[in-house]
Structures are given as C-alpha cells and as structure tokens.
Write a protein that binds this ligand. Sequence first.
Ligand code: AMP
Ligand code: ZN
Length: 141
Amino acid sequence: MDDCIFCKIIKGEIPSYTVYEDDVVKAFLDISQVTPGHTLMVPKKHVQDIFSYDDELAQAVFARLPKVARAIKASNPEIKGMNILNNNGKVAYQSVFHSHIHLIPRYGNNDGFGMKFEDHSKQMTDEKYKEIQQAIVNQFK
Ligand code: AMP
Ligand code: ZN
C-alpha cells in the first residue's frame, strides 16, 4: 500500500532497527520504546487489522511470535516477562493501520508499561453471560 508507513519500512524506503526478517514478517524496534526492546512484528502483506487475516496468513504470522519473543528475552537478562499486544481499531488504540504485534519486554511493575483490566463481574448475571455467549457462538453457524 502506497501511503502506509509500515509498508515503506518493509520496502526499506524508511529506515528501521530491524531485529528479524523473513519472507512473511519483519520485526523492528518500536520508535517509542515503551520499555527497552519494545518490538513490532508486522506481516509483510498489508492487512489492516486482525479482522482481515485469513487462516493461512494468521498461521504464518503468529507462528513466528514465540521465536521473536524468545530472542528479545534472551537479549537482556533484566527481562523478566513480556506483554504481547495487538491493537485493532482506533477505539483500541490502533494508530497505524497496517496490522502489527507489540512485544513489550517487562522489567518490573514500574517499567513504563501499564494496563488496566476492570472487573465488571459483579454487574453480570448468568442470563447476561449467556446472552453474550450466544451472540458470539451464533457467528460460527
Ligand atoms: P498502535 O498504536 O498499536 O497502532 O502502534 C503503532 C506503533 O508504531 C506506535 O507504538 C509507534 O511508536 C510505532 N511507530 C510509528 N512509526 C514508527 C516508525 N517509523 N518506526 C518504528 N515504530 C513506529
Ligand atoms: Zn502497509
């Protein structure tokens, strides 16, 4: 895609700190470095978001995650864990509309990365869970 910053990085038209590359994906340092080693893995094929992957592309891209994650972890003994995130849609904080997976190494609780999960289970009922469950299950029919 012409006007896509990650397609330009993939083609080498914009520089990047590439850490891994093969025929399917490119992984490079995120310019923001939320924590040291913060890496983006992107499919070389331009797909906007998770909703646009077919099974074949998904298998190929996601199969490569563990080896990139292991390499990042092994690169620094201070890395204790890793958050792997994929934002889809503006509302979910996607700002570059070429699908990408964030690999964010974790060094401790105050290392610059934060995430909030609110527990709304107290507002739920068995009926509400089942209604949500059924709406999703119906999509596979
Ligand atoms: P998201 O908000 O999930 O769409 O993430 C987009 C990410 O791309 C952000 O974390 C940016 O820091 C990163 N980014 C944008 N431009 C570049 C670039 N030229 N090189 C590396 N990372 C970039
Ligand atoms: Zn693109």
